[in-house]
Design a protein around this ligand. Structure first.
Ligand SMILES: Nc1ncnc2c1ncn2[C@@H]1O[C@H](COP(=O)(O)OP(=O)(O)OP(=O)(O)O)[C@@H](O)[C@H]1O
Ligand SMILES: [Mg+2]
Length: 497
């Protein structure tokens, strides 16, 4: 910061009442707790007015790049000036070189300045320039100029500008420190959020970190979440993680599998019934929505729910109320709903198998779990985790076995990896899991008996696994499948788009 030297005292004594008043207003302006974007402009207007200048400029000096950038520039009518070449860069350089306030008169006839185009162009006569010093370095410059030969640009004005610059330096200190802290805080918060693993979910790959951040965010709300993703990607784990991270964590978490369950059974499970509602209903029974009160309810395989039951689910989502089977009055329930499916709900809507209104109610916050083949870097961690879980002893993974795991296409995702390791551990007696303990890849990946997907998906998985097997050599893949190389290329292109 600029220091007040004894000789300045003379100048201070010479400051007029108006100038003191302006300094006072400035100090108030700069001492605000928060700074509006217009702060510098307002301050510059005060300067221009105080020293009867015509224009004012506030620039940042970027030493490393040897250039100035405008923070604010104003004319006497408080109009913005955006072009730095309107001002004399020669004079700015001079202030930087001298490192102290400078005042120049008659610059038109002063050979050191008259060569500057801007001086000529604007017929500048008088200029004052004051450096702004921040932590011992020149941070920027305030410049004010006039076309008239302003004898008001006096030494006394320099003292005034020096004060101004000191005040700005103080404010800058506060602003910059505050911005630094804010930035640091944001970085730490991001890091904390990204570093916080999801309960029971293994994975540190970029897709998993992204997923963790999304889940952490949505867990803090009561929003309905739709979890999408291929079979075995961990949809159920994700639903539970949302509950565990939410404010409802201490209340119940209930899950209901909705696939291939008779409608009436599913309905009585979800909504409960009144005594005598049907034969065998010997007493009132609470439905799961009621039991989950205050907590979270996870409906798995929501795409399998019948249209009739979909209408009833819609009421739960719209009005937060249920009606027990055989009852007439509605009951309020307080549950957060999470659903999951590996079907394309939009397509089901188009086919008339899924209510569009329900789809939109469920699709408030969709989360898609990445398939394992898109996050292969998590395979070693997952493998270790499952070995510890199933071996109950220390078993090392032979590098070749790990390589084999790495290369597998994993159409059944984490569940398939988990099963493969569980089986391998049964076959392995020693303390080393070898490649031969792992079941041949194709046998499992493409076994039509266990494969649940469509023909297209089977085709894709078969092709992907062959690509893995032949290290991406398309000619050999085509040979092994009995198709042309062109066909392989076309398929890959089709999936890429
Ligand atoms: N990130 C993970 N970390 C550890 N285990 C996982 C992870 N993802 C999935 N699993 C395990 O894989 C198996 C399948 O997970 P989950 O049942 O959640 O999958 P899903 O997506 O619901 O599959 P589906 O669509 O077939 O129901 C479970 O045993 C689960 O514990
Ligand atoms: Mg599931």
């Amino acid at each position: 910061m600029n220091e007040i030297k004894p000789q300045d005292l003379h100048g201070i004594l010479g400051l007029g009442k108006t100038q003191f008043e302006i300094l006072y207003r400035l100090s108030q302006l700069l001492n605000r707790v928060t700074y509006p974007d217009s702060l510098i402009e307002e301050a510059l207007d005060l300067v221009v007015a105080a020293i009867h200048a015509e224009r004012g400029l506030f620039v940042r000096w970027e030493e490393a790049e040897n250039r100035f950038s405008i923070i604010a520039a104003r004319n006497v009518n408080r109009e913005k000036i955006t072009d730095l070449s309107e001002f004399s860069s020669g004079i700015l350089q001079k202030v930087i070189a001298e490192k102290q306030p400078c005042v120049y008169h008659n610059v038109q006839s002063d050979p050191q300045f008259s060569q500057f185009e801007s001086v000529l162009l604007h017929s500048i006569q008088s200029v004052v320039g004051v450096p702004i010093v921040y932590r011992g370095q020149i941070w920027g410059v305030i410049l004010a100029d006039s076309r008239e030969n302003r004898q008001e640009f006096t030494e006394e004005n320099l003292v005034f500008l020096d004060f101004f610059s000191n005040l700005v330096s103080l404010a800058l200190d506060k602003i910059i420190r505050f911005e630094e802290l804010e930035r640091e805080n944001q970085i730490l918060r991001n890091r904390l959020q990204a570093a916080q693993p999801l309960p029971d979910m293994i994975g540190e790959s970029a897709p998993m970190r992204l997923l963790a951040a999304l889940i952490q965010r949505v867990a803090r709300t009561d929003a309905t979440v739709l979890i999408l993703g291929e079979s075995g990607t961990g949809k159920e784990l994700a639903a539970h993680a949302i509950h565990k991270l939410s404010a409802r964590a201490k209340n119940p978490y209930l899950a209901q599998f909705c696939g291939s369950i008779p409608d009436t059974l599913l309905e009585s499970e979800l909504f409960g019934y009144k005594k005598g509602a049907f034969t065998g209903a010997a007493a009132d029974k609470k439905g799961l929505f009621e039991v989950a009160g205050g907590g979270t309810f996870f409906l798995d395989e929501i795409g399998d729910v019948s249209l009739a039951l979909q209408a009833k689910l819609l009421r739960v989502l719209q009005n937060q109320e249920i009606i027990r089977l055989g009852d007439t009055k509605a009951m309020k329930v307080n549950v957060r709903i999470i659903t999951a499916t590996n079907q394309d709900l939009k397509q089901l809507v188009q086919k008339g198998k899924f209510r569009e209104d329900l789809f939109y109610r469920l699709n408030v916050f969709p989360i898609t779990l990445p398939p394992l083949r898109d996050r292969r870097e998590d395979i070693p961690l997952l493998a270790q985790f499952f070995i510890r879980k199933y071996a109950g002893r220390d078993v090392a993974l032979h590098p070749e076995a790990l390589k084999k795991l790495h290369q597998h296409p994993w159409p059944g995702n984490v569940r398939q990896l988990e099963n493969a390791l569980q089986r391998a551990l049964i076959l392995c007696d020693g303390d080393k899991l070898l490649p031969e303990h792992l079941i041949p890849e194709d046998a499992e990946a493409n076994d039509p008996k266990t494969f649940k997907g469509s023909l297209k998906e089977l085709e894709k998985q078969l092709l992907l696994s062959r690509l893995e097997k032949f290290n991406g050599n398309r000619t050999r893949v085509a040979q092994s499948l009995g198709v042309s190389v062109r066909w392989v290329q076309l398929k890959l292109k089709e999936w890429d788009s």
